[in-house]
Design a protein around this ligand. Structure first.
Ligand code: PSU
Ligand code: MN
Length: 305
């Protein structure tokens, strides 16, 4: 695949972990927690022996590998006024020269795959929204995960979604869903949704073997679902009540389209008295660390082959 000129070059033979930027923007987390999340995810990837590759659209150029540690101003901008960029918006953001575009999971996977990367970490992926038969609201994240030969590490899908329908959809799209040291599909802020994962994995090497076999057969993306660490998890019942409150709030505001997820995330933070925010940070950091281990194992398996 040809790398678009506007992509900042990375060396794909090195273990890299691509990161999205929406979660680090005002659309994903309140300030200053978003900056803290960015720093903790970068540190987790570095400590795991991999290179963080933050994706974003800056001054009309798509980037894979924004060096935020060298450019605090840039970090502040990404965490500040950025506009949401999903996969379908990439051409628009580049063509219209948007100053700061925060990439979602779908946009990040598109850019990272074009740069030759294989591993990506996020907080929780988008998925099938509750009430989807009426609204048709199914995140473009799912199709993007299926389309690109990348491993996505997430704490399951966001808890306010229809998680059973999200798993069904991933099955239809032929996306292997691997529970990271768990038999249960995680529920983002809570360790378990009560739904089983189709397969459990226990090590990064195991994920690398599965990915190599899957890709040799022409398969697309793989989802690794890692539960939030126990110490940082929220109680599922308490969380469910907060989700109901947040969904009602979003309905009252009458939002639709790309605005839905940021509004619900904000309402959820309020409904949990802010408790969802440190949990969100902890799970994003945990996912980044696991993704680094997988990137290192994948690079080793490619060298050995
Ligand atoms: N998970 C988080 N915070 C976020 C998101 C996910 O913890 O901000 C973002 C991701 O960028 C994801 C997007 O790709 O929400 C999904 O948006 P939508 O539901 O509109 O597809
Ligand atoms: Mn949507």
């Amino acid at each position: 695949m040809q790398t678009p000129k506007s992509l900042k070059q990375t060396d794909p033979s090195q273990p890299h972990v691509a990161l999205e930027s929406t979660i680090f923007s005002h659309l994903g987390l309140p300030s200053p927690s978003n900056t803290e999340a960015l720093q903790r995810c970068f540190a987790a990837v570095n400590n795991g022996g991999a290179v963080p590759a933050l994706t974003a659209v800056l001054n009309g150029e798509a980037h894979v590998g924004v060096a935020v540690d060298e450019d605090h101003e840039l970090a502040a901008q990404i965490c500040g006024p950025a506009r949401k960029v999903a996969a379908r918006d990439l051409g628009v953001a580049i063509g219209q020269g948007w100053d700061y575009g925060a990439t979602t999971v779908s946009a990040s996977l598109t850019l990272a795959a074009n740069a030759g990367l294989r591993v990506f970490a996020t907080g929780g992926i988008g998925g099938v929204h509750r009430g989807w038969p009426d609204t048709g609201d199914i995140s473009a994240d799912l199709d993007a995960i299926a389309a690109h030969q990348m491993i996505t590490v997430s704490a399951g899908a966001k808890v306010f979604l229809d998680l059973a329908a999200t798993l069904e959809r991933l099955e239809t799209l032929s996306v292997p869903v691997l529970g990271w040291q768990t038999d249960d599909f995680p529920a983002f802020h809570a360790q378990s949704s009560g739904l089983p994962v189709p397969h459990r994995v226990d090590s990064a090497e195991e994920v690398a073997r599965i990915a190599n076999a899957h890709w040799e057969l022409g398969g697309g993306g793989i989802l690794v679902a890692a539960p939030v660490p126990a110490a940082d998890a929220l109680d599922f019942d308490e969380l469910s009540m907060a989700v109901d409150t947040a969904l009602q709030e979003a309905e009252t505001q009458g939002v639709s389209g790309p605005a839905v997820t940021p509004v619900i995330l904000g309402a959820l933070a309020e409904a949990t008295d802010g408790n969802s925010v440190p949990t969100n940070l902890a799970l994003a950091e945990n996912n980044a660390a696991i993704a680094a281990a997988i990137a290192v194992a994948l690079a080793a398996s490619t060298t050995a082959a």
